[in-house]
Design a protein around this ligand. Structure first.
Ligand code: HEM
Length: 130
């Protein structure tokens, strides 16, 4: 699989899994929620793997400020998954944490979308290597 095909495939897999995470979380279907979370985390890992391969085919420096901005955002977003997992575990132990988990989860989803948008903008502004 080429890096571009792998990246697009696993980005879609991750988005579908995140949809499953939100639907099952809202419906309080905990077992299904955890399965979708595991799928989303694995999907995200594979997407990042292919994204790195894709990045090697471009002169990303040519994209300007969006390159370091996207890299910073990608690191913050990846780290924020640890926070949402932590708040999810806290919600299992004590259900009163559900509102906090929900707020953190939607913020992480927003960061994920923002990371995808800045990543796509970065590639569009970069110069493909011969
Ligand atoms: C190991 C990781 C996680 C655990 C243990 C966990 C656990 C939970 C639990 C216990 C609930 C409440 C369901 C209930 O009331 O029975 C919940 C709801 C929810 N979770 Fe998670 N979760 C995890 C990760 C995530 C992730 C990664 C996201 C999305 C980025 C997410 C999004 C949500 C949403 C949107 C809700 C519904 C909140 C609401 O509408 O009130 N969760 N989760």
């Amino acid at each position: 699989m080429t890096p571009a095909a792998g990246f697009l495939t696993f980005l879609c897999v991750t988005l579908v899994c995140l949809g499953g995470v939100v639907v099952t979380g809202r419906a309080a279907k905990r077992k299904a929620h955890l399965s979708w979370v595991a799928g989303a985390v694995v999907g995200l890992g594979v997407t990042i793997y292919f994204a790195e391969g894709l990045g090697e085919r471009y002169d990303l420096e040519a994209a300007g400020w969006i390159y370091p901005f996207h890299l910073l955002l990608a690191k913050v977003t990846t780290g924020s998954y640890l926070v949402v997992v932590g708040s999810g575990v806290a919600t299992i132990k004590q259900s009163s944490h559900r509102k906090t988990h929900s707020r953190i989860a939607y913020s992480v989803l927003f960061l994920t979308v923002l990371t995808a948008i800045t990543g796509a903008s970065m590639l569009l502004a970069a110069t493909p290597l011969a």
